[in-house]
Design a protein around this ligand. Sequence first.
Ligand SMILES: Cc1cc2nc3c(=O)[nH]c(=O)nc-3n(C[C@H](O)[C@H](O)[C@H](O)COP(=O)(O)OP(=O)(O)OC[C@H]3O[C@@H](n4cnc5c(N)ncnc54)[C@H](O)[C@@H]3O)c2cc1C
Length: 460
Amino acid sequence: MAVYIIGGGFAGCEAAWQLASRGIKVVLIDMKPERFSPAHVSSGLCELVCSNSFKSSDVNTASGLLKEEMRRIGSVVMKAADANKVPAGSALAVDRVLFSSYITGVLDDMPLVEIRRRVVSSVSEVISEPDTEALIIATGPLTDRALCDDITERLGTGALSFFDAAAPVVYKDSIDFGKAFFASRYGKGDSDYINCPMNREEYHAFYNELVGAQCAEVRDFDKGDVYEGCMPVEVMAGRGPDTLRYGPMKPVGIRNPSTGENYYAVVQLRRDDAADSMYNMVGFQTRLKFGEQKRVFGMIPGLENAEFARYGVMHKNTYIRSPGVLDATYEVSKTGFGDDVSVPVFFAGQITGVEGYIESASSGLVAGLNAYSKVSGAAGIIFPQSTQIGALAAYASGYGGPDFQPMGANFGIMIPDPAVSANAGKDKKKKKELISGGSLDILEHIKSDRSDIFESSIRQ
Ligand SMILES: Cc1cc2nc3c(=O)[nH]c(=O)nc-3n(C[C@H](O)[C@H](O)[C@H](O)COP(=O)(O)OP(=O)(O)OC[C@H]3O[C@@H](n4cnc5c(N)ncnc54)[C@H](O)[C@@H]3O)c2cc1C
């Protein structure tokens, strides 16, 4: 018997590892390299389709807390991230190729994981396999069309969608370091970022060209549907001449280390690989035509002759109406997923309405643990809303408003112990520290209470 997982991305790989390391046979199916989504390019599993950053490492931020929670619970994605990180100041960024190879290698080497490479066009193709004892659907925001249609028809709720864009990556040796320089904001930590500075005239000339530049056609695209957390730079610029100076081109705290000069606007680039040859333009996700990216971004001082390792692109992301359909273990709780389905079915990853690489992996972790519970006869495990991992699951399964939108890690969705507010008073920094500390304490209790799951047969 085996748990079948469709999709070998962040969620699918994490779920596969959680199951196989506890002694459960897993069949992990991914369509690459037979077919690639519009954003995937490599045949490796757990591919980063855009930024190489997993955001903040600071445990007193929501995203840093989620990462630490996952380390404590034993996440393979976090293990891979920590083993393949590249310098990125207070963020955790990775070499995307080494990261993906690490996870592909780990899963390849596990005798209980069978990796099949093929396109799945319908749920019935998988549940009709005679050894299926549970199914996890983790096909991501770019789920291949036929399967996506099958899923939404089965759920009977229609799919939701939004548009997400990726930022360009440029080769370091094509950057003009006569103008660009390494520095960190406020001189904090190591100077890991490349900064391309602009004076007032340069900024306004750049801004005028950016707002007038030609965009690539993206089917069904409507500017109202962009995800606020990953807004194309040209859409942000369209909101007003100064918007970028308060966003990705924020100049505050950045000084030229040689001259002490500060600037009207600054574009930052973050290292993308361990070899230190490629840099990602931070916050410059875009759907400009490729020629326009070269022309307009070439107006940025230091990038006049930049060679692009990858241009920015935009894609339609799809997700299901999870509230009322999934429970907080990410299992389909709604009846009527299909008369042919007699095994437990879970969804995991961005398709559930969580947003981000690590958030997607976190739902794979929860779904994987709960699929393990189901097939091994143990009680299920729901993490409380006082933890970030539990808050994301509660949001995806229980959001009660009319407009279900993808959600990344944040403190707003958590319900901390009431003592936190009482002890922190008006001190916001202290409140975050108490929330994070409280969450990690609770996880330690859960781990010792549920030794049947956390200390069973985990093979490190
Ligand atoms: C263009 C774009 C940019 C993004 N940028 C960022 C970013 O900068 N930072 C961030 O945190 N998040 C970003 N995201 C969002 C999200 O975090 C990632 O998409 C993340 O990879 C989601 O993880 P997942 O496991 O749900 O899906 P994925 O990692 O996409 O994995 C899904 C897997 O399923 C496979 N698959 C799909 N359909 C089928 C099928 N029918 N049969 C078999 N296999 C199938 C795919 O080949 C893929 O390997 C971006 C998303 C997109 C689309």
